[in-house]
Design a protein around this ligand. Structure first.
Ligand code: HEM
Length: 148
């Protein structure tokens, strides 16, 4: 199998794992937020670490794909960035997807740092985590996951 195909398969494989992590992350967040004490659980701390690690892995693999194995740089050379921004499918694959997932990775990392040390989940940290999850679902090319 060619390297570009292998790395795409790996990126897709981790996407499934990240999807499961994000669902468990949501359950853990709402579980703590709607609990009487708001005390951060071991489950939330653990799933937060897994969610963060997969985001970081996907970011590293994504950068290799974006600048290495995907046709992105050739497309830029041929039609220019202006045209890429006008074409919805290209804009999503090479701008919105990487950028939103990158911001998601930053937010999840910030939240993980906060919940590692704090005993209770504050509303501010909760909303940062929800924003990261919303960015994830916005930028996830779901159709490519269900029918590769
Ligand atoms: C949790 C984070 C991420 C998830 C779950 C994810 C998921 C996916 C999925 C499911 C695909 C489609 C694979 C296919 O065609 O079958 C994809 C494609 C791609 N992703 Fe990600 N991704 C993530 C983060 C990133 C990041 C941070 C970048 C860049 C910095 C990136 C760059 C790309 C590129 C370049 C493609 C190929 C687009 C194409 O040629 O069609 N991804 N990603």
């Amino acid at each position: 199998m060619h390297f570009s195909q292998t790395i795409l398969q790996i990126h897709r494989g981790f996407a499934y794992a990240e999807f499961v992590c994000i669902l468990l992350y949501l359950i853990a967040l709402f579980g703590v937020m709607f609990s009487y004490s708001g005390k951060i659980t071991g489950f939330l701390r653990k799933i937060s670490v897994f969610t963060m690690v997969f985001f970081h892995l996907q970011f590293l693999i994504g950068i290799v794909m974006l600048l290495g194995t995907s046709p992105f740089l050739d497309i830029i050379k041929n039609i220019g960035m202006g045209e890429v921004m006008k074409i919805k499918s290209l804009r999503f694959a090479y701008i919105e997807h990487p950028f939103s997932m990158f911001i998601g990775a930053v937010l999840v990392t910030m939240v993980n740092k906060k919940i590692k040390t704090k005993p209770r989940l504050s509303m501010g940290v909760f909303f940062l985590a929800i924003l990261a999850v919303l960015l994830f679902f916005y930028a996830l090319p779901f159709s490519k996951l269900v029918s590769p």
